[in-house]
Design a protein around this ligand. Structure first.
Ligand SMILES: [Zn+2]
Length: 394
């Protein structure tokens, strides 16, 4: 006799005359309920609608008010139960009702979710990677069984790339590192003394004007060049000294194709005994050939900077047209790439180095300009807009 057939008979007719036999009957019913629930949860559904339909069917089979299996237990077992058996039947029936709450559709759906998770967590010990999940079943069935499709590709997060400014900065650093220079850095918020006075830039110099410099207060500025680090380094290490100084600088420039209020400089400085302008020319010529190519020629022209004496501008033969004249070099065949000079004796003195014993040279270049030349970029603002379409090209 199936348990369903038993449900439509009275307890007496089933021979249940004591507590033990009543409990045994209820155990049978509860086992059936649990088993049907497990079957529903473990059977793959074609889709959500299919699963919902089956969940509803199971719920109605047991909990339907009119003719659900529980209603039958109530009708045929509880109501006609003898006075002696009524308490135990009532108790068992209550337990069955509690258990049957798990058949409400929303509970079943929760169970499906939990079941999927435990299917992933509780992997087959012989298959710890879960690679064979649902082996022997079709991929869709396996996916249904564990709640997701392990054969789908994962979520890839795009990797960024090195910013062109950083890329060029590193390339320049690398060339000087091979020559025995080391990298020195300093604060971007700088005192007026280190930014101007110590570098022999007098109060009357136009660079100190409010129009050109961001002042934090009357004694503090956003550094307008990386040169203050020269003084810091001289104070810190003394001579001899071979450093390059990469970093951000700030000037009150309105942004346009060639200006931006923030930009990157690299300075170099070499201080030792008997250092001459010939060393400067040799080093910068070597650097230019390394960076722009072996065919590159360099040309030095007199210039003026307060912190070097004598001062010069360095031009390289145009790497685009090799000196023949083109749009990039404005038909001149040459491109100015940096300023340089012998360190002014006053600057050495401010750094605590005796200018009678030591001499040195220094140069400064704008990293943006090198990056623009190298990659053929015509607007400096592109570097700072964070536009992935631009940045992804490097
Ligand atoms: Zn050219």
């Amino acid at each position: 006799m199936s348990f369903e057939e038993k449900l439509v008979k009275a307890l007496e007719a089933l021979g249940a005359k004591d507590e033990a036999s009543v409990r045994a009957l209820f155990v049978e019913v509860r086992d059936a309920l649990e088993s049907e629930k497990r079957t529903l949860l473990s059977t793959p559904a074609a889709n959500d609608a299919d699963r919902m339909e089956r969940a509803k069917a199971l719920r109605d089979r047991w909990l339907s008010r009119r003719n659900g299996l529980l209603a039958q237990v109530d009708e045929h077992w509880l109501k006609p139960a003898s006075r002696e058996l009524k308490p135990v039947v009532g108790l068992e029936f209550n337990q069955l009702r509690q258990l049957a709450k798990g058949l409400e559709v929303e509970e079943l759906i929760k169970s499906v979710a939990v079941d999927s998770r435990s299917a992933v967590v509780g992997r087959d010990p012989n298959d710890p990677e879960g690679l064979g999940a649902g082996k022997g079943k079709g991929p869709t069935q396996a996916a249904e069984a564990i709640g997701f499709d392990p054969t789908l590709p994962g979520n890839r997060r795009p990797l960024g790339s090195i910013h062109p400014i950083t890329r060029v900065q590193r390339e320049i650093e690398e060339i000087f590192l091979t020559l025995g220079f080391w990298i020195e850095s300093g604060p971007e918020i700088e005192s007026v003394y280190y930014n101007f006075d110590a570098l022999n830039i007098p109060e009357s110099h136009p660079a100190r004007d409010d129009w050109d410099t961001f002042y934090i207060d009357s004694q503090t500025v956003l550094r307008t060049h990386t040169s203050p680090v020269q003084i810091h380094a001289m104070e810190k290490y003394g001579a001899p000294l071979h450093i390059i100084i990469p970093g951000k600088c700030y000037r009150r420039d309105n942004p346009d194709a060639t200006h931006y209020p923030m930009f990157h400089q690299i300075e170099g400085m070499a201080i030792d005994q008997d250092v001459t302008f010939a060393d400067l020319k040799g080093t910068l010529d070597f650097f230019a050939k390394r960076f722009f190519g072996d065919q590159t020629r360099t040309s030095f022209h007199p210039s003026f900077f307060p912190f070097t004496e004598p001062s010069g501008e360095v031009a390289v033969s145009c790497p685009i047209c090799d000196g023949q004249g083109c749009r990039t070099c404005k038909q001149s065949g040459w491109i100015e790439v940096m300023g340089c000079g012998m360190v002014h004796p006053e600057v050495l003195r401010r750094g605590g180095i005796d200018p009678d014993r030591y001499s040195g040279w220094a140069f400064g270049l704008g990293v943006e300009r090198y990056a623009m030349m190298k990659y053929g970029i015509h607007d400096i603002q592109l570097f700072y807009q964070g536009d992935l379409r631009f940045l992804e090209q490097f």
